[in-house]
Design a protein around this ligand. Structure first.
Ligand code: CO
Length: 296
């Protein structure tokens, strides 16, 4: 990695961690999740970053890929467990970080297990370590507290403008042979649950990304594709376009673009037995003798 890339990752990481800490005070009963998402996204821009993906706000059994819809009416309740996942990029170099707040006060041990699993994973990362060892330590840590990791969600390698590039970092022990190499940028994101330990897809999606730009005759579809062109293949939210394109029409266009394999959709994921889920995430840069946590 050259100096410019390292600088960009560090800058993205600094902004992401600043906003992560700042955003904690927004997670309160009565807060509308659409306001939380918009405030975080505005803050990313105002601090000189760009939005790598729509802010994910996942409540209780919802595990991933929930970003508020246009005019979303959901407000946080007194007993919610709320996970915030955000991404900042500088010239396409992405810092991805997440945390969970337990408003109920009933899941402190699960959150502790989850945070500790992330910390233990970070502690062993250095060139030559197998990803299976990372999965194993995450699983062991969460099990020790009596909870389960989500087995079918993984951490991921990050490359410029590519959020899920290269290798996956499992959250359980699996016989993957991949090894960590110097210069890799990795998003580590263990999830913990009191449920089954798997996620399943729902039918609804609010997040999309470009697969392949192809000609389309629909005027609004072209407008949408032009707007997202600058994002390359980074994800976007449906709500970002609801002021420019009638929401009903937008739904039809998105469905059409997905079925024509121009866009990819990210269905909302929830826990298989609707267990409560937590998530903690950091992005790290692998160096000669360990890793640098860019989102600390
Ligand atoms: Co993330």
């Amino acid at each position: 990695m050259d100096d410019n890339q390292i600088k960009s990752y560090r800058k993205a990481g600094k902004i992401a961690s600043r906003i992560r800490e700042w955003s904690r005070s927004l997670i309160q009963p009565g807060m509308k999740i659409i306001e939380i998402a918009e405030k975080i996204e505005e803050k990313i821009i105002s601090l000189g970053g760009e939005i790598a993906f729509p802010v994910n706000i996942c409540i209780n059994n919802i595990t991933a890929h929930y970003t508020p819809k246009f005019n979303d009416k959901i407000t946080l309740e007194r007993d919610d467990v709320v996970s915030i996942d955000m991404g900042v990029h500088i010239n396409g170099y992405i810092a991805d970080t997440a945390y969970t707040i337990d408003l109920s006060g009933e899941y402190e041990r699960m959150l502790k297990a989850n945070e500790e699993a992330l910390k233990n994973a970070i502690d062993i990362i250095k060139p030559g370590v197998k990803v299976s060892e990372i999965g194993s330590i995450i699983q062991k840590t969460i099990h020790e507290y009596g909870f389960k990791p989500i087995e079918n969600l993984t951490g991921h390698e990050i490359k410029q403008y590519d959020l899920h590039a290269g290798i996956s970092i499992p959250n359980i022990e699996v016989p993957y042979k991949w090894e960590i190499e110097e210069g890799m940028v990795l998003a580590l994101e263990p999830f913990a649950t009191n449920g089954y330990g798997r996620v399943i897809e729902s039918k609804r999606a609010e997040i999309f990304s470009l697969l392949e730009n192809k000609p389309t005759r629909l005027r609004e579809a072209r407008l949408l594709l032009n707007e997202i062109e600058g994002r390359k293949k980074l994800p976007f939210a449906k709500r970002w376009f609801c002021k420019k394109i009638n929401p009903m029409k937008l739904s039809l266009i998105l469905r059409d673009l997905v079925s024509n394999e121009i866009l990819k959709e990210y269905p909302i994921l929830h826990e298989k037995e609707n267990g409560i889920v937590s998530q903690f995430e950091h992005t790290v840069m692998v160096v000669e003798d360990g890793c640098e946590v860019i989102t600390h």
